[in-house]
Design a binder for this molecule. Structure first.
Ligand code: 5GP
Length: 115
């Protein structure tokens, strides 16, 4: 079995987190080191290492995950003002946890391009 990541432990409850949304496919919780007034991480209940793994995933699984991202943003009331979804993928993007996660960033005007 693959080594447990921090987010496996968040999902199991071994590491405490503040839930903001959950359904059958995803779990969403506040980032421990927020980079914006709203900074939420959304993870699928079934682990993928990164977006790269989604090349081999079922469209149903990907759809349920992305729907969970959108529903999280809706529950947070972000649809009108807008928000950014970021998937750091691999070393150059500085992905630090090998468990697929979407960052939802919002609550201020976000700069572009990102660093
Ligand atoms: P990455 O750099 O892999 O795209 O993002 C990992 C994110 O996980 C970072 O924004 C970091 O602050 C967050 N993070 C790391 N450890 C924990 C933790 O134990 N709890 C929570 N809630 N967030 C974490």
């Amino acid at each position: 079995m693959a080594e447990q990541t921090i987010f496996d432990k968040v999902l199991s409850g071994e590491i405490p987190s503040t839930s903001v949304y959950e359904d059958d496919a995803v779990y969403a919780f506040n980032d421990i080191n927020p980079q914006a007034p709203v900074h939420v991480l959304v993870i699928p209940r079934t682990r993928f290492e990164s977006v790269a793994d989604l090349a081999d995933a079922s469209p149903d699984a990907i759809g349920a995950f992305m729907r969970g991202v959108a529903l999280t943003a809706r529950k947070l009331g972000l649809e009108e003002a807008g928000y950014r979804v970021v998937f750091n993928t691999g070393a150059d993007a500085q992905q630090s946890v090998a468990y697929l996660h979407a960052h939802i960033l919002a609550g201020r005007k976000l700069g572009w391009p990102p660093g």
